[in-house]
Design a protein around this ligand. Structure first.
Ligand code: ADP
Ligand code: MG
Length: 546
């Protein structure tokens, strides 16, 4: 309390000195005095006292005016006592002083004990007030902090809720997708198998360049489609989705995507009487690190959406450019555009404005892929004017992987037994293997296979997974009972379930995902028949031709 600061204003020097002495004797050594009441306000602001003593009758500015001046400088919530020093306390003076904001009175001549006691009481009240104010402030601070914490928890909760909803949708999608994946893979197996076979033949005929090109595109599309099916299934488990990131030339992908989508934006559009122009403005960009199949899918999806947004025809412009450490890819159309609501929701799985014609999955896949590539996507759209999708992808770092190994030379020739209950797959596999000069026998069931296996010698058995009568896994066990050394490759449309379910299949040496390209098959053979070769990952094997 003795550290409190006191300001004294009195025009009579002897009075000032007397008070100063009294206060000093009581222990108050932080006292500032003035005999000029015009200085009161400035001194107050400078000194910031805890208590003010002021004379009442003064020339120039009297006590009443001084109090009014000081009160104007004091926060109304603050308790800062102002004591009036006066010889006669008439009721009128008292009323005026209190009205101006005085707290108390001290009568002249001063009684030492009274002055000291009064000071102590008032300052005690002042200190309690300051303490309460400090506590209030710290309480308010902690309430503010709590509120912020609560707000951020609430935001997190909302995010989590959104994620749960999203997760549910994706899980539903995953269930649906894995259901169709199997059948879809079978269809693709045929496309991949036969296009490869035709390509082999065309390769020998230089006059068939156009056909070769078309076939190459069919093959690319089918292999991409098979990768899409795999990813559809991995869609709701992004952590388990594999990351085969390699240096990718986005300009080359873009040119390819324009060609791949040409039937849609040119042929189909012209047939419907609308003209769509597609222009590429390719900038000088470096490689990005990514998955070419996924990125091609991003491009084709965005082009398809742009085509859909041009019911009367129009222009699609695709561009790439460098921006610091990133590559910017933009796809612009001057089509129908989106309302703010559609723009906000367009990335949601299953959101579509195209009714039965749409799936609402394109952009959510695009979004997932861009996220997996550590990129961002930005959408600007104005109804009636058009839409721009801007994708930003980080440039490949120094540490990015090198390009995949050159294709393997086929080893062998090996004697291979192919088992599949669908004759068409047996034929595709036979063509594939025979191209590499292997000797192939086929069986349409597990029992058929066992019979053939007992009858002649084989280096390898390739069997389908799901077959009527005896599934591939069971066949493998029976084969190993006959010859424990025989390598068995299981062909399946459900690899991720087997591999990600951590279910060990003892008799199986390698699992291959359908559809199997020639290259994948070569690598699989190399792996099971020449185990000294470096082990390619199972999935990498299945996707090697992609
Ligand atoms: P789908 O194409 O099957 O409808 P997407 O996920 O690809 O599903 O797109 C979702 C929705 O976003 C579309 O239905 C459409 O309303 C909107 N959209 C996407 N791209 C464009 C575009 N370029 N112009 C206008 N609307 C678009
Ligand atoms: Mg779409």
């Amino acid at each position: 309390m003795l550290a409190c600061k006191i300001l004294v204003i009195d025009d009579e020097e002897p009075n000032v000195r007397l008070l100063e002495r009294l206060l000093l004797r009581a222990g108050f050594d932080r006292v500032v005095c003035t005999t000029d009441s015009r200085q009161a306000a400035a001194l107050f602001e400078d000194f910031l006292p805890d208590l003010v003593l002021t004379d009442w009758l003064m020339p120039e500015i009297d006590g009443c005016a001084v109090i009014a001046q000081l009160r104007a400088l004091i926060d109304p919530d603050d308790y800062l006592p102002i004591v009036v020093l006066t010889a006669d306390v008439t009721p009128l003076t008292r009323k005026r002083a209190l009205g101006a904001g005085a707290t108390d009175f001290l009568t002249k001549p001063f009684d030492q004990t009274e002055v000291v006691l009064r000071m102590f009481n008032l300052l005690r009240a002042r200190l309690s007030h300051v303490l309460v104010q400090r506590q209030n402030a710290s309480l308010e601070e902690s309430v503010r902090e709590r509120t912020l914490e609560l707000e951020s928890t609430l935001a997190e909760l909302r995010d989590t809720q959104q994620q749960v909803i999203q997760q549910e949708r994706l899980a539903a999608l995953g269930t649906m997708a894995s259901g169709i994946a199997h059948d879809f893979n079978n269809a693709l197996s045929v496309i991949v198998g036969f296009s490869e076979m035709l390509l082999q033949r065309e390769e020998q005929d230089p006059a068939a360049r156009d056909k070769t090109q078309a076939l190459t595109r069919i093959l690319t599309a089918a292999t991409d489609a098979s990768a899409i099916v795999h990813r559809l299934r991995d869609f709701h488990r992004p952590d388990e989705a594999e990351e085969h990131h390699l240096p990718v030339d986005l300009n080359a992908l873009l040119t390819e995507a324009i060609l791949l989508t040409q039937p849609r934006w040119e042929t189909d559009a012209l047939a419907a009487g609308r003209v769509i122009s597609v222009e590429a403005r390719l900038g000088m960009i470096g490689c990005i690190s990514g998955d070419a199949v996924e990125l091609r899918e991003v491009l084709t999806n965005l082009i398809f959406n742009a085509v859909d947004a041009l019911p009367e025809g129009g222009a699609i412009t695709l561009g790439t450019r460098c921006d610091g450490e990133a590559v910017i890819l933009s796809i612009r159309d001057n089509g129908t555009g989106m309302s703010a609501d559609v723009r906000h929701r367009c990335l949601e799985p299953f959101f579509t404005t195209k009714g039965k014609r749409g799936t609402g999955l394109g952009l959510s896949m695009v979004f997932g892929i861009i996220q997996r590539h550590a990129g961002t996507i930005d959408i600007e759209s104005t109804p009636g004017t058009g839409t721009v999708f801007t994708v930003r992808l980080p440039l490949a770092g120094e540490e990015s992987e090198t390009l995949p190994d050159a294709p393997l030379e086929p080893g062998g020739p090996w004697r291979v037994l192919v088992v599949d209950d669908q004759p068409v797959f047996c034929q595709v596999m036979r063509d594939c293997l025979q191209y590499d000069l292997h000797l192939v026998e086929t069986a349409l069931s597990g029992h058929d296979a066992l019979e053939k296996f007992r009858a002649s010698a084989f280096d390898l058995v390739i069997t389908d997974h799901v077959m009527a009568g005896m599934p591939g896994e069971q066949l493998a066990v029976r084969l190993k009972e006959i010859d424990p050394q025989i390598p068995v490759v299981l062909l399946t449309g459900y690899t991720s379930e087997i591999t990600t379910g951590h279910r060990q299949i003892p008799a199986i040496d390698l699992i291959l995902e359908k559809p199997v390209s020639r290259m994948a098959l070569r690598q699989a053979l190399a792996r099971v028949l020449a185990p000294t070769l470096p082990e390619p990952a199972c999935r990498a094997v299945a996707h090697a031709a992609a």
